[in-house]
Design a protein around this ligand. Sequence first.
Ligand code: N01
Length: 517
Amino acid sequence: MTSTLETQPTAEVAGRTRARDVRVAIIGSGFAGLGMAITLRRRGDTDFVVLERGDDVGGTWRDNHYPGAACDVQSNLYSFSFAPNPDWPRSYSEQPEIQAYLQATADRYGVREHCVFGADVTSARWDERDRRWHVTTTAGDVRAQILVSAAGALADPTYPAIPGLEDFTGTVMHSARWDADHDLTGERLAVIGTGASAIQIVPAVQPVVGSVTVYQRTPPWIVPRTDHPVKPLARRIYRVLPPVQRAVRAALYLFREFLVIGMAKKRRFLKPVGKLARSHLRRQVRDPKLRAALTPDYTIGCKRILISNDYYPALTSPNAELVTAGIAEVRPTSIVSHDGVERPTDTIVLATGFHVTDLPIAEKIAGRDGRTLADVWGDGMVTNRSTTVAGFPNLFLLVGPNVGVGHTSMVYMIESQLAYVEDALRTMENEGLELLETTPDAQDAYRKLIAEKSKGTVWLAGGCASWYLDEHGHNTTLWPDFTFRFRKLLRSLDRENYVGAPAGTPAGAAGAGQVAA
Ligand code: N01
């Protein structure tokens, strides 16, 4: 069963339905949106709706179903702490298992009945008169006291501005909009990009295509993938003795957290990881020319470290070619690189990433003075504790600015944010508040904290260009420290950094912002 936004037509506007009133509206049903919905259900709240533009839950794991799609964080860690799955078939799960896990978790916690599918949010506007968010969607309108945006940072694909691309007569598909009905057998395939998506697609399709040409702008650092099937005995133990699986999860978490020392504290700790990647490349690519082309010239960790055992072997196959000359133009049936070589092409896969520092949802959410998040973030995304924004009362952002991590599970970060939002809701209830809004001072203090923590990190000083940094070169996407510090910072609401107002009263100041973590 799913929810609907259908209401009775209003008397005033013939044919237009009245907005459905709810306490909380959640945008998106990926890990973050589902996590928020489950948090509400677990505390007994049922007055909420999940607005999902797709036709199922799952978010990025529903959308990214390209061949080879898999997670590069072990499933024992990349899953909700409150919903362990003893039946993961492999240590690193593939997309179908993760999507099935999200669907099953949504059903288990009764979230699906709150979901409205096909509800693409076109605008969300705070109205000071009724102190409600007025949300317009393609499936009807909603009026909510609280708005939680869990729209995700890897939700909206980036399409590169390559001359001639729009006139290509073959098939063009983005990695996140894969057409499963398109048969690639025997085709001349071009893959543009060499990020986490591309290095999974290339080995998955190389055996079936006629040829695959990979257009690389920047080589990634790649380390071995230590993937293995989970033995039936281990699954039985996880089922009968859940603390064992929790212990494995904790060990994985701690092991991965060591990477932060190298990335954010002492660069020399990255040296062994760099060595591992170099020897992986040496072992898998014998041709010195190809190896040189695949060797990055920036510090490992500056861009996401990728894991794969089959990308390099796929590239060394007779039907694969790596092109580093850059794309000059796309013609109706071919691609021409800057060295003048024209390669006939049937299908182009754009593995070119997502809008991360310019989140499209930011253009749709307008705060107290009518300005959108995109307007107020003109000089870069700023928040208090990655979750709230001054001028946007009762708005909570999940997986927003400075929540990203390259080394560990995003689910850990999401659960940290869920605890914070839950405490904010609890505070509002306990104090009888209708409105809660962070202060500009708190936001400024958090911005300074992020800038201070980012100084000298591999993401800023590693010598690469990455989507982790915005157009001003600021880190507005990653949490630049140990993730347990993020959790500590968001363990409870920093009430002193918020103004609140009970129903019918003006908002009153509660204190200025200081952040220490
Ligand atoms: O995208 P990306 P992605 N001409 O932005 C290139 C997550 N993820 O979809 O490096 C030519 O990383 C661009 O080149 P360069 C994960 O968080 C997770 O692969 O900018 N090339 C780059 O090579 C990941 O970080 C999993 O020089 C162009 C590539 O396209 C995030 O998703 C799996 C270009 C884009 O790489 C995004 O990964 C998959 C142009 N005009 C993804 N524009 C897991 O396993 C861009 N490029 C969990």
